[in-house]
Design a protein. Structure first.
Length: 337
């Protein structure tokens, strides 16, 4: 059986507090007021070793000493003390991030002399995901994405929770979604509207030529094969003519795509006294949000084409939508999906 100290050990290492110091602090939490000698007896370690540990704890703001003739060790409340350590760590990370940004010109100038390093091939699903996450979290100004099938299996677009963190930092995120991406997953629109609500600028278009992500317009991330259904391989493109082409493609597609927004002329459902939609209505709205045409919806639900068109027209009128796709978006906003 493991020692309880082993189970709790090294929890604070990331904050600069080693296992031995953490152990001493945990003892003081349970037995405040010990002297250095008393603490050494509890731990079973030489007084000199404990004295050095106490110094570290004092410098970290975890322990203070009483002003009595015989100083007693008093632990600081862990919630306040550790929060202060976390904030100090965050401040240091910001300093390191700024330092890294200041080194970028050196990297760029060195890259000009190494054309063979302008293309980076990444293989292995875990490595691909890790590299993408690194580039996304490292973006300082802008992330741009083209999202289109095929996807691995039948899962459809994968939720990217890290984007919420990036948006919260003030980074601009622009995404263009192929209509097929919305057709593949009935929940895709609801997920996208969460990004839009968090600040993402989203647009939709009929078709996209490839999956693509660019970061600060300085690096691009594309699959090794346009048709690949997995994430086993990717290509990272650094500043070169190929990156210029990829940025140009995104800009052209962005100019032609239709804005996809959670805002719109949706009336207050409660004020208008409109009843909650039926299960069939919800199914119709979900299919509309996926971009399916009337014929496909009728086939999916087993309805006649006439019945389907009539029901869609009623729902669009209720929601104040001008297009079928818009009706799906407004329904998601109203909480009907």
């Amino acid at each position: 059986m493991q020692s309880p100290w082993t189970e709790a050990a090294a929890n604070l290492v990331i904050l600069g507090v080693e296992e031995f110091e953490e152990r001493a602090y945990r003892i003081l939490l349970r037995s405040p007021g010990l002297t250095v000698t008393g603490l050494a007896d509890r731990i079973g370690a030489p007084a000199g070793r404990v004295r050095r540990a106490v110094t570290v704890l004092e410098q970290s703001g975890l322990v203070s000493r009483s002003p009595l003739p015989t100083p007693r060790l008093l632990p600081v409340a862990p919630d306040a003390a550790i929060e202060a350590l976390v904030r100090r760590q965050e401040s240091e990370l910001e300093r390191i991030r700024a330092l890294a940004a200041s080194w970028v010109p050196e990297f760029r100038s060195g890259g000009n002399a190494a054309p063979t390093e302008l293309i980076e091939v990444v293989t292995g699903a875990d490595t691909v995901l890790s590299r993408f996450d690194q580039l996304q979290r490292g973006a300082m100004e802008e992330v741009q994405v083209l999202d289109t099938p095929p996807y691995a299996g039948d899962a459809g677009p994968v939720t990217n929770d890290a984007e919420f963190e990036v948006l919260a930092r003030g980074v601009t995120c622009r995404a263009i979604y192929a209509r097929a991406a919305l057709e593949q997953s009935p929940n895709a629109v609801t997920a996208i509207l969460r990004y839009v609500a968090a600040g993402e600028q989203a647009r939709v278009t009929s078709e996209l030529p490839l999956k693509l992500a660019t970061f600060d317009r300085k690096v691009a991330f594309i699959p090794q094969s346009i048709a690949q259904r997995d994430i086993a391989g990717a290509i990272v493109v650094h500043p070169c003519s190929l990156l210029d082409v990829l940025l140009f493609v995104f800009d052209q597609l962005w100019a032609e795509a239709t804005p996809l927004t959670a805002a719109g002329p949706l009336r207050s459902i409660e004020q208008d006294g409109v009843a909650e939609p039926s299960d069939n209505d919800r199914r119709v709205l979900a299919l509309l949000a996926s971009g399916l045409k009337d014929e496909a919806i009728a086939h999916h639900l087993g309805w006649s084409h006439r019945t389907t068109r009539r029901r869609i027209a009623t729902l669009m009128s209720t929601l104040g939508a001008d297009t079928r796709f818009q009706a799906g978006l407004y329904a998601a906003r109203a909480g009907w999906l």
